[in-house]
Design a protein around this ligand. Structure first.
Ligand SMILES: Nc1ncnc2c1ncn2[C@@H]1O[C@H](COP(=O)(O)OP(=O)(O)OP(=O)(O)O)[C@@H](O)[C@H]1O
Ligand SMILES: [Mg+2]
Length: 307
């Protein structure tokens, strides 16, 4: 369904926009229908940039993003884009920022109505709105007509998912959607994602929290400095991590926030040979190398290897 092939993103930064910043490098991945793919990495590793490229909110520098075989970058024109967003939607970290505090929460649905349901009669529209709100385990009577400050972060986040569900959505990009929620609300939202996956939705689940990866995902992608350090079936990556970066992280999940930096520093200090690199001879393998069924590992010393 969604396929990224050697996707890279270079931002231009600095006073005159002349300095290149390689935010995403040669990332390839697939999100099939009914699968959750977790994109895990520390702050600045390029997770949101990947999500934003998939949602066409930022351009792709090189490589291809395809949805059902069609290059997403080539969707020019209002109609093609509208069709794309009918199937592909994003939900982000801060639900409060998506709601205008001076309007009742219903307004986020109204915005969708103008674009996709202009011809739908009022009663039908309200019935379908209520149905999608019920699908995310909220009571329409409790939330409609309320203002954003009268609802919790978890309720607002679920409303945003409900809004996406009003469309014929097939892929959801969920970027840190539970980071701002408390523990029990997190589980509710994760369970909701699990239910939606059962219904065939593909989910690109972006998180910096390694411990959440196992909870929902089928495939795990570990990003380090814009590159894939390791990827594979979630059970396999967590049970037998092959990249020292992943190993370092998993060894100390409870101390996660400190260990991103520690694992990174340890790897930088490591001068030993990189088996992935060695297996490819003297050539630096740009793509991760397969070490098991569907389990790929990137070069250990990616940043120091000559390109
Ligand atoms: N619009 C932009 N212009 C220039 N640089 C950017 C832009 N957006 C992101 N970056 C840079 O690209 C890199 C990747 O950023 P990105 O937001 O994708 O990281 P992230 O993995 O989502 O991090 P976080 O966990 O903090 O959300 C960072 O170095 C960031 O500073
Ligand atoms: Mg981000």
């Amino acid at each position: 369904m969604l396929t990224l092939e050697r996707v890279s993103k270079v931002y231009r930064v600095g006073t005159f926009g002349t300095q290149p910043l390689n935010a995403v490098r040669d990332v390839s991945l697939t999100v099939p229908p009914g699968a959750v793919v977790s994109l895990i990495g520390e702050s600045g590793s390029g997770k949101s940039t990947i999500g934003r490229m998939v949602l066409r909110l930022t351009s792709v520098t090189s490589g291809t993003i395809a949805f059902d075989g069609r290059n997403v970058a080539g969707l020019n024109g209002h109609r093609a884009r509208k069709e794309y967003y009918r199937h592909v939607q994003g939900v982000f970290q801060d639900p409060f920022s998506c709601f205008n505090p001076i309007f009742p929460v219903d307004r986020v649905f109204e915005l969708l109505r103008g674009e996709y349901f202009a011809a739908t009669p009022d009663t039908e529209w309200r019935a379908s709105m209520r149905r999608s709100i019920e699908r995310v385990s909220l009571d329409p009577g409790q939330v409609l007509g309320r203002y954003p400050h009268q609802l919790s972060g978890g309720q607002l986040q679920r409303l945003l998912i409900a809004r996406a569900l009003m469309l014929d959505i097939r892929l959801l990009v969920a970027d840190e959607i539970i980071s701002m929620l408390d523990a029990s609300t997190r589980i509710d939202v994760l369970n909701l994602l699990g239910d939606l996956r059962e219904e065939g939705l593909g989910i690109l689940f972006v998180t910096h929290d390694l411990s959440l990866g196992t909870y929902v995902s089928d495939t795990t992608v570990i990003l380090r400095r814009g590159r894939i350090a390791e990827t594979g079936p979630t059970g396999e990556v967590f049970a037998s991590p092959r990249h020292p970066y992943t190993r370092g992280l998993l060894a100390s999940v409870p101390r996660m926030h400190r260990t991103w930096a520690e694992a990174d520093a340890e790897l930088d200090a490591e001068t030993g040979p990189c088996p992935v690199h060695d297996s490819a001879g003297s050539e630096h393998p740009a793509d991760p190398v397969e070490v098991g069924a569907g389990h790929f590992v990137g070069c250990f010393s990616n940043d120091t290897c000559p390109e």
